[in-house]
Design a protein around this ligand. Structure first.
Ligand SMILES: C[S@@+](CC[C@H](N)C(=O)[O-])C[C@H]1O[C@@H](n2cnc3c(N)ncnc32)[C@H](O)[C@@H]1O
Length: 219
């Protein structure tokens, strides 16, 4: 795992118990309600690979309509919270795994979901990550990405940019520990340019606080 990823994983392990507060921000409730309908609808009836599932917030909303869902995260701390959710064990499986090593253990899924993961990839890492994700999927699989748009006053401010154009935030946990966290915010054109050339059914939805990208791999 690259060094930056080790730091990121450590940050989310330490944040696990505080994590779901991010879904309580009052100004975001209307959009979250919309997303809790949109995202499961994209994945209905599919065998879903969810990567970096964290505490299973989206797993619990996708599981009722999916054929099945395998939800991966690098951190036992976040997965412990996910596993405590009342989800049907015959259709939901949580697993400790690194998103950078999906294939060949993981393959043949007809859907993929990644919530708030794109933003933690460096610009130079995206191609490799998506190639790896696509190898874990079957022809015609649907890929759904959800992430943040930057909103001044609601988002944590950007503290710096690096030479490659990646942006970072300074974040504090309840115990006062400070972390620098990579967090990129895309332009729509940048996202659309990165979807595979053979993808079909590309849909980009921009809300105020969130963006969603959906595409299907060639069948
Ligand atoms: C922003 S959280 C997203 C959690 C969840 N997807 C959600 O939408 O609520 C990012 C997650 O990525 C996980 N993570 C960090 N590095 C990872 C890696 N290399 N492989 C798998 N998961 C990783 C963290 O443990 C954390 O749960």
């Amino acid at each position: 795992m690259p060094n930056g990823d080790l730091q990121l994983a450590g940050y989310y392990a330490a944040r696990a118990a505080e994590y779901e507060r991010i879904y309580d921000k009052p100004e975001r409730q209307a959009e979250l309600q919309r997303l809790r309908a949109l995202i499961p609808a994209y994945l209905a009836g599919r065998s879903v690979l969810e990567i970096a599932c964290g505490t299973g917030y989206w797993t619990q909303h996708i599981a009722p309509v999916a054929l099945g869902i395998t939800a991966l995260d690098i951190n036992p701390e976040t997965l412990a919270i996910a596993r405590a959710k009342p989800l049907p064990p015959d259709r939901v499986r949580f697993e400790t795994a690194d998103v950078h090593a999906l294939y060949p253990r993981h393959q043949g899924y007809s859907g993929a979901f990644a919530g708030f993961w794109w933003s933690h990839l460096k610009r130079g890492e995206r191609r490799e990550f998506f190639d790896g994700l696509h190898r874990a999927l079957a022809p015609g699989a649907v890929v759904v990405l959800l992430d943040n748009r930057y909103v001044a006053g609601s988002s944590t401010p950007i503290s710096r940019s690096d030479a490659d154009g990646n942006t970072y935030q300074q974040r504090a946990l309840d115990d006062g520990t400070q972390y620098e966290v990579l967090k990129n915010f895309p332009q729509a054109e940048e996202l659309l340019a990165e979807t595979p050339a053979a993808a079909s059914g590309v849909e980009y939805t921009a809300l105020d606080y969130y963006w969603v990208l959906r595409y299907a791999l060639a069948g």
